[in-house]
Design a binder for this molecule. Structure first.
Ligand SMILES: [Zn+2]
Ligand SMILES: [Zn+2]
Length: 192
């Protein structure tokens, strides 16, 4: 029915977050620009038919490919999404805990500097903002920590959501059996 091969691939997003929220796990492709995320939702994801949304995770050693696509009520603006990402704790938690269902929402990812946060905000080095010295290039003063500059990020979830019920974790040997993944790998893996 759908001609998957003619749908353009899109990878211009920064990553994917996995969050427990509203009783279900959420899969959250992350953008740095709120307007871009909102227009992508409006033009591409909103016209998706929920039961036809597919999310695939193709695992390769320490990394995985996030692959997502769907039939659309507006085929002209349809896109399929992919991103090669390092496996993370949150990814593993999602893999174990999703139970066959998830919400899809988009998120806006904002980097925070020491000036933007409260004293108890946590740095990527795991220590609080107040452990970083504003007078000395934001270095972490915690014993033995080699963090040179406070940095953390915040994810704001956009409200709109879709329910995904077609979620699969695949290995490389399974690629040929899944048209969406097969197309993604053929188009994107060897082109970079
Ligand atoms: Zn730090
Ligand atoms: Zn530190």
């Amino acid at each position: 029915m759908s001609s998957q091969s003619s749908i353009p691939w899109y990878d211009d997003f920064v990553g994917v977050a996995y969050r427990y929220y509203d009783l279900r796990m959420n899969v959250v492709p992350l953008f740095t620009d709120r307007k871009e995320a909102a227009s992508l939702w409006h033009n591409t994801i909103h016209p998706w038919v929920d039961p036809s949304i597919k999310i695939r995770f193709l695992e390769t050693d320490e990394k995985y490919w996030f692959i997502m696509g769907s039939d659309s009520q507006k085929p002209d603006t349809n896109l399929s999404f992919f991103k090669e990402l390092p496996k993370s704790e949150n990814y593993e938690r999602f893999k174990k805990g999703h139970d066959g269902e998830a919400y899809l929402r988009l998120g806006v990812y904002a980097k925070k500097s020491l000036d933007d946060v409260k004293k108890d905000a946590i740095c990527d080095c795991s220590h609080e903002a107040q452990d970083h010295d504003e007078g000395d290039g934001d270095v972490c003063l915690f014993n033995k920590c080699d963090c040179k500059k406070f940095s953390s990020f915040q994810v704001n979830l956009l409200k709109k959501k879709k329910i995904i019920t077609d979620i699969k974790f695949l290995e490389e040997k399974d690629v040929k059996d899944d048209p969406l993944v097969w197309n993604c790998i053929n188009v994107n893996k060897f082109s970079k």
